[in-house]
Ligand binder design. Structure first.
Ligand SMILES: NC(=O)c1ccc[n+]([C@@H]2O[C@H](COP(=O)([O-])OP(=O)(O)OC[C@H]3O[C@@H](n4cnc5c(N)ncnc54)[C@H](O)[C@@H]3O)[C@@H](O)[C@H]2O)c1
Length: 352
């Protein structure tokens, strides 16, 4: 009799432990209604059974329809938390977020041209907003593994042969980049001072579906579609802006990899493939019109006229992630073709 009772007790304890081990993870995605954030939410919904809390203030670039359009969207798994990170997270917002195992921080002011017009919203969201999020994590969820998403633009322009890496010095050359550098340094200081599991991840020129039409790829698709001139930064075909371009799908997969592998206080780069702005425009034109752009369809605009402080080239090494065993799931040219075809079928994403 005593033996049976003991066995039952042991079974109950074991089943409780199993439930604990099996507990579904919760992830907080700030800026999840934005372009990059929603691609990450899609990846989480497709590849895990985690619950997602999307925290977003829905500024001009935020749009919840991005999330509702995801095939795997399930209202039982996704909770939307309206909050502006320029204010601290308190009370009801805290309750809505609940316990979290992971956080990926995308919420930010993201458009360089806007930062040149007015830097203040950039400092408030990208620096103060990051500090408010990390204060919340420090006080309420200190075990939460957190990735702060940033940009290679913190290094400024890269000379022809230069490839920046995780340890390159900061030379942000526009207010957007400077505000991202500020957010990164707040994050690093929290990892160091409070021993929190926070890492910083940089990427660059991300492309994908449902991007805000003020950005280069949707703007170019729209111009090609409407038979308008495509604006290309550069003096002519031999003097063009060079960028590393990266599919949003690769960024999402890289971040998932880092949620598992990243070390606290470390920096990581999710890198892309180098193409000129004209190469990208030609790939989009080939997908839409079955031919590259003709010279009469292009309007070259000198860098400095287009944007004061314009950086001609950015370049970021992906060696550290490669050494860790990460492989990007897709390549840029085929992904650009996919974006063009999808966008032409979904033109509502080209409207301002
Ligand atoms: N797009 C790129 O190529 C790229 C490259 C490297 C890094 N990044 C970084 O990735 C992040 C997302 O970029 P994106 O292109 O998706 O930008 P986005 O503008 O499309 O999305 C930003 C999201 O953040 C939200 N947001 C803005 N201010 C907020 C605030 N104060 N509180 C809460 N939410 C706020 C917006 O509503 C929006 O949904 C940014 O931090 C950006 O710096 C982007």
């Amino acid at each position: 009799m005593i033996k049976i009772r003991k066995r039952i007790t042991v079974n109950v304890i074991m089943s409780k432990m199993a439930t604990k081990i099996k507990k579904t993870k919760n992830i907080l995605v700030t800026g999840g209604a934005g372009f990059v954030g929603h691609h990450f939410v899609e990846h989480v919904l497709k590849n895990t059974d985690w619950n997602v809390r999307v925290l977003d203030s829905l500024n001009y670039a935020g749009n919840l329809n991005r999330i509702y359009e995801i095939k795997e969207f399930d209202p039982k798994r996704v909770v939307f938390v309206w909050h502006d990170l320029r204010a601290p997270i308190r009370g009801a917002t805290k309750k809505l977020i609940g316990d979290i195992d992971y956080c990926v921080h995308f919420a930010g002011e993201s458009h360089v041209d806007r930062s040149i017009e007015d830097s203040i919203p950039f400092v408030l969201t990208n620096v103060l907003g990051t500090a408010n999020l990390l204060e919340y994590i420090k006080r309420n969820q200190p075990g939460c593994k957190t990735l702060i998403f940033s940009t290679d633009e913190v290094f400024g322009t890269a000379g022809n042969e230069v490839q920046y890496n995780e340890d390159s010095p900061f030379r942000p050359s526009n207010p957007y980049a400077a505000s991202k550098a500020g957010g990164e340094m707040i994050a690093f200081s929290f990892a160091h001072t409070f021993k929190l599991p926070i890492s910083i991840v940089r990427s660059m020129n991300i492309v994908g579906t449902r991007q805000h039409p003020e950005k280069f790829v949707p703007k170019t698709i729209r111009a090609i579609f409407k038979n308008e001139k495509v604006i290309i930064h550069g003096r002519n075909k031999n003097d063009l802006s060079l960028r590393h371009w990266i599919p949003a799908k690769n960024v999402a997969a890289g971040l998932m990899f880092l949620l598992d592998k990243a070390e606290p206080g470390q920096f990581y780069s999710i890198s892309g493939e180098e193409r000129s702005v004209l190469d990208v425009a030609n790939i989009l034109s080939e997908a839409i019109k079955k031919r590259p752009l003709k010279s009469g369809e292009i309007k070259f605009v000198e860098y400095e006229t287009a944007r004061p402080g314009h950086d001609k080239r950015y370049s970021l090494s992906g060696e550290k992630m490669a050494r860790m065993g990460w492989e990007p799931p897709t390549n840029i040219d085929s992904y650009l073709r996919e974006i063009a075809t999808w966008t032409i079928k979904n033109p509502h994403w080209l409207q301002d």
